[in-house]
Write a protein that binds this ligand. Structure first.
Ligand SMILES: [Zn+2]
Length: 314
């Protein structure tokens, strides 16, 4: 059992959302005015609203799964599709980030992409090799999918390399949203960024500093812990924040379908679909909770005025 746990932890170290905060300078607590919202292709036709003091803080919650290239933790296709059917029926907007090993090696990848997209699930770009990002987007497209503009997981030193379109064999993919990020190439307490909220990273060195003139929108995932999302919602309900939009992402393992948690590395909790369903019902009691994918969360943030809302979480 212990060996299994260690194996799982090693596997998960290469997954998901990570980044260190040790060298990051925190954003000021008060929202900063933003003169020019970044351009988002899907949002260009929608005029950006200026934030107002009276506007309520909205908590955008997304759900996601990473599938790695190594086969050990691949989802069982039918079980995972059933899970997606159930979580989307609950109202959670889900996305999947699958590395190229799975996209090329899973015989039913096209089927999973197409059937999940029919449920409203989005496919983000999650790869560990920088050069594979455009390839992953190309593979998703070749299999009938529609990759989002989300870089789902990165090392912060990759930031500058994501500021331009990426190409693979004539296929071009343009990153617009960043999710996850690490100063290390692993999950560890000193590496993972567990901040919730949304901002535009200024640079790899000042990743937590908002750049009002930047374009790559970072959607903070928080710790993924259901209880931390509950605490965040309670803080919003008590009027603790003035930000128009705050983000949080829950995440599940593709094989166990249990909730994953950041904080002491990336670890698996005992929370499955039943606990997630209870969480959804609790969150729906708050008028300010919105269910949106990671990309939709970034778009909503831009439309609400691009007010940075980085919130450190335990
Ligand atoms: Zn990964």
């Amino acid at each position: 059992m212990k060996r299994l746990l260690i194996l799982f932890l090693v596997l998960m170290m290469t997954a998901a959302c990570s980044l260190t905060s040790a060298t990051q300078s925190p954003l000021p607590a008060a929202p900063m005015p933003v003169s020019a919202p970044p351009t988002f292709a899907p949002a260009e036709t929608i005029p950006a609203a200026a934030p107002t003091a009276s506007a309520p803080t909205l908590l955008y919650i997304s759900g996601t799964t990473h599938i790695e290239s190594k086969t050990q933790n691949w989802p069982q296709v039918d079980a995972y599709l059933a899970f997606l059917q159930q979580v989307t029926a609950l109202g959670i907007k889900w996305s999947v980030g699958a590395d190229v090993g799975w996209l090329e090696g899973e015989p039913r990848a096209a089927e999973m992409i197409q059937k999940s997209e029919a449920m409203g699930v989005q496919w983000d770009v999650h790869t560990h090799n920088v050069a594979d990002r455009a390839k992953a987007a190309a593979l998703i497209t070749q299999m009938g999918g529609h990759p989002t503009s989300v870089v789902s997981g990165m090392v912060v030193t990759e930031l500058d390399g994501l500021r331009q379109p990426l190409s693979y064999q004539g296929f071009t993919w343009t990153p617009q949203v960043l999710w996850g990020g690490s100063l290390c190439n692993k999950h560890a307490p000193e590496c993972d960024d567990t901040a919730a909220g949304i901002w535009i990273p200024l640079s790899a060195e000042q990743y937590a500093t908002h750049d009002p003139n930047g374009t790559l929108v970072r959607v903070g995932c928080g710790t993924h812990k259901l209880d931390d999302a509950r605490t965040l919602a309670q803080s919003i309900a008590s009027g603790q924040y003035a930000y128009p939009v705050i983000s949080f992402t829950i995440m599940v393992s593709p094989s166990s379908l249990k909730s994953l948690e950041l904080g002491n590395g990336l670890t698996q909790s005992s929370d499955g679909l039943e606990q997630i369903a209870a969480f959804v019902h609790e969150m729906n009691a708050y008028s300010f909770v919105r269910w949106a994918t990671i990309e939709e969360t970034a778009q909503a943030w831009v439309q609400a005025g691009s007010v940075p809302s980085r919130i450190e979480m335990p």
